[in-house]
Design a protein around this ligand. Structure first.
Ligand SMILES: NC(=O)c1ccc[n+]([C@@H]2O[C@H](COP(=O)([O-])OP(=O)(O)OC[C@H]3O[C@@H](n4cnc5c(N)ncnc54)[C@H](OP(=O)(O)O)[C@@H]3O)[C@@H](O)[C@H]2O)c1
Length: 305
């Protein structure tokens, strides 16, 4: 079993994945240290109030990162990717590799790297997935005990502005009868906490994490029920895909398989018995953002066309 007396260093703790991991680690008794860019931001202050030790730094501050890794049991590594606009794919690779190298050199006992659901043996042709494949390949060359998780499409993506909910419809990647796996962000932390708790079982493993499989028609049924009024579902139109190479390439990746997801949900439920179906998420932690999406307009911002 793992040494729970030592802290875990979490990257991206003010964000979705790192935030979920921090919550789950604190809940299971770990102490958490987090690298944040601004210790005075509202999210950083909330982390400190929850008991997290904050270290001011950026992904480029290798000396700070190395110092923050000293005497930790583990490191949770996640990097922002190019669709967010701040980092290039090359930045993501550089930072992902540097964090892994620093963890290895500092004697960290367990590194968990969060990659991407569509990452596999073959290049996807999309920068923000192929960057993660490069980081994965580097981590596998290092002697450090490491586990790589590949999160499926977040349920939270479905309620972002721009996918149509404010107009009583949802347009997404799947055809009505096509399945894709989804993951509640809250479950990322629960999987990661379970993996940190049992290094001997999970070291050296790479696996997809997801918490449900749904078709387009399932999304229509579940959203309609949750909204109390009809929400129609269809795949993005040909015109939208022709005008948007980024969405078009992601849609092709679903048709080709990688973005559909191949996680073993039964095995994952044994690791995280609380993992959420899409219906559970919609009635629980996703409810507020779903209601906001029903009432707001706007467009999802991405700049990686
Ligand atoms: N599977 C999916 O559906 C899905 C969906 C979205 C994203 N992703 C993947 O998830 C990863 C991002 O994770 P996330 O969604 O948890 O991110 P997020 O919510 O956007 O949060 C980004 C985190 O990184 C920190 N950060 C941003 N830019 C930074 C920089 N230049 N230097 C240092 N820290 C920086 C932010 O901290 P500050 O407080 O300092 O801003 C924040 O904690 C990406 O690699 C992306 O490809 C997957």
């Amino acid at each position: 079993m793992s040494d729970i007396k030592k802290p875990i260093l979490v990257f991206g703790a003010t964000g979705q994945q790192g935030g979920s991991v921090t919550t789950a680690l604190l809940k299971t008794g770990w102490s958490v240290r987090a690298i944040v860019r601004d210790t005075g931001s509202a999210k950083s202050v909330a982390l400190r109030d929850a008991g997290v030790e904050l270290v001011q730094g950026t992904l480029a501050d290798t000396t700070t990162i190395q110092r923050a890794m000293e005497s930790t049991h583990g490191v949770f590594s996640v990097q922002p990717s190019s669709p967010g606009g701040e980092l290039s794919d090359e930045d993501e690779v550089r930072y992902g590799i540097s964090i892994a190298d620093l963890a290895n050199d500092t004697g960290v006992e367990h590194l968990i790297y969060s990659s991407g659901g569509a990452v596999g043996d073959k290049p996807t042709g999309m920068g923000h997935f192929d960057s993660k494949a490069q980081i994965e390949a580097h981590i596998r060359t290092l002697p450090i005990a490491s586990t790589i998780v590949r999160p499926a499409t977040f349920m939270e993506m479905l309620v972002l502005p721009g996918f149509g909910l404010e107009e009583g419809r949802l347009n997404f990647f799947a055809k009505p009868d096509q399945s894709m796996q989804l993951l509640a962000v809250e479950d990322i932390g629960k999987f990661v906490a379970a993996i940190f708790a049992d290094r001997a079982r999970f070291a050296g493993k790479t696996f997809e994490i997801a918490s449900d499989t749904v078709t387009g028609r399932d999304m229509e049924t579940l959203f309609t029920k949750a909204a109390g009024r009809p929400i129609t579902y269809s795949r993005f139109s040909d015109a939208v895909l022709a005008a948007n190479p980024f969405l078009d390439r992601l849609t092709a990746l679903l048709d080709q398989g990688p973005l559909a997801g191949h996680a073993d949900l039964n095995a994952l439920r044994k690791i995280n018995p609380e993992m959420q179906s899409f219906a559970t998420w919609l009635a629980g932690s996703g409810r507020t953002s779903f209601e906001q999406a029903l009432g707001t307009g706007g467009a999802w911002q991405y700049n990686n066309a």
